[in-house]
Design a protein around this ligand. Structure first.
Ligand code: GTP
Ligand code: ZN
Length: 291
C-alpha cells in the first residue's frame, strides 16, 4: 500500500502526491456507504490501478482541520504584514494573532517591505512580539532579503500565508519557490483568483519538501465562535498573568484586583496589546447579545 497526501480535489477525483509523483485517485466504493470526510491536506493510503491512476484505500487520522479554506493538517500560518504600504497596524496584527491562536496553528510573523521602512521602528515592533514568544522574521521580498530563512521554516510542513491585501504574500511565495507564478500586484489586477473567487484550496509543493496553501483567502476578521472567557487564552502574555487575578472568572475588564490590568499599567503587558484584548472582548460580548 502506498502513502500520499491530497493536494487537490476536483470532480470527485483526488490528486495524491507521493514523493514527486502525482496520482489521480477515486475512492474505494465502500466509502460511499460510510460517512467520510476527505479534503486537501489529508494523508491517505492508495493502490495503483494504472500508470498514474489509483484508488484510495484509507484516510489517515488528521492532525488538524482548518475550515476556511477547508484544509487538513496545516502546521503553521505565516502572518504577513507590510512594514509600510499598507502600513503595519498593530491592532490588526493582534486580530490575526487571536484567530491563528484560536485555530491552534503555529505562528510565524513576517514583516515584509523592510526596504521601504524605518528599520528602528520595525525592530521595535518585532521586539514587542518576540517578547511574547512569537517568532518574527523581517523580509524584503522584492529584493530577496529574508527569503532563505523563511524557506527553511517551511521545510516539510504545510503552511498557509495570511495577512492584509498588499502585504506581499504572493511576492514572498514566488521568491521562495520560483515557478509558482502567483499573480501579484494591485488588488484590482487580481480579479479571477484569490479571495474574491470561490474555489477549492490547493496545496503547492515546495521543491525542498513541504507545501503551501495557494489561497490567502482565509477569514481572519471574525470572532463569532469565540467565548469571551477564552479570549485570554489567545493572548499568551495575558494567559500567563491571569491566574494571579483575585477572581477566577475575571475577564480583566473592570473587575477589582485584576493582575492583568495591573501588568498593563506596569508595562509588563504592552498597553496596545491590552487595548486589543479589550476591543475584541467587547466585540465578542456584543455579538453574543444578538447583533
Ligand atoms: N517595496 C516593496 N514592494 C513589495 C515587496 N513585496 C511585495 N511588494 C509589492 O507589493 C504589492 C503587493 O504584493 P502582493 O504579493 O501582490 O501582495 P499580497 O499580500 O499577495 O496581496 P493580496 O493577494 O491582495 O492578498 C506588489 O506591487 C508587490 O510588488 C517588498 O518587499 N518591497
Ligand atoms: Zn483579571
Amino acid at each position: 500500500m502506498l502513502n500520499g497526501i491530497v493536494v487537490k480535489a476536483y470532480n470527485s477525483y483526488y490528486y495524491i502526491q507521493s514523493g514527486s509523483k502525482i496520482v489521480s485517485c477515486n475512492l474505494r466504493g465502500r466509502f460511499k456507504k460510510e460517512r467520510f470526510s476527505l479534503t486537501v491536506g489529508d494523508e491517505v493510503t492508495y493502490t495503483m490501478t494504472g500508470p498514474d491512476k489509483g484508488v484510495i484505500e484509507e484516510i489517515l487520522p488528521r492532525r488538524s482541520i482548518l475550515k476556511r479554506p477547508l484544509v487538513a493538517n496545516i502546521d503553521q500560518v505565516v502572518l504577513t504584514f507590510a512594514a509600510v504600504n499598507p502600513d503595519i497596524n498593530p491592532a490588526l496584527v493582534d486580530r490575526f494573532l487571536v484567530v491563528a491562536e484560536y485555530s491552534e496553528l503555529d505562528i510565524i510573523i513576517c514583516i515584509n517591505k523592510t526596504d521601504l521602512a524605518d528599520l528602528d521602528a520595525v525592530s521595535q515592533l518585532a521586539g514587542r512580539y518576540e517578547q511574547i514568544g512569537y517568532k518574527v522574521l523581517t523580509a524584503a521580498a522584492k529584493a530577496g532579503t529574508g527569503i532563505d530563512t523563511l524557506r527553511s521554516l517551511l521545510y516539510n510542513k504545510i503552511s498557509v500565508f495570511a495577512g492584509p491585501s498588499g502585504a506581499g504574500k504572493s511576492t514572498l511565495l514566488n521568491a521562495i519557490q520560483p515557478g509558482l507564478e502567483l499573480t501579484t500586484g494591485e488588488v484590482s489586477h487580481k480579479i479571477g483568483r484569490g479571495k474574491h473567487t470561490t474555489r477549492f484550496a490547493e496545496l503547492l509543493p515546495l521543491a525542498g519538501g513541504g507545501f503551501v496553501v495557494d489561497t490567502p483567502g482565509f477569514s481572519f476578521t471574525e470572532f463569532n465562535d469565540m467565548e469571551a472567557a477564552h479570549l485570554m487564552d489567545y493572548f499568551p502574555e495575558i494567559a500567563a498573568v491571569a491566574p494571579a487575578c483575585k477572581f477566577n472568572t475575571c475577564l480583566h475588564y473592570k473587575e477589582p484586583q485584576c493582575a492583568v490590568k495591573q501588568a498593563a499599567a506596569d508595562g509588563r503587558i504592552h498597553a496596545d496589546r491590552y487595548q486589543s484584548y479589550l476591543e475584541i472582548l467587547t466585540e465578542i460580548r456584543e455579538n453574543k447579545k444578538g447583533y
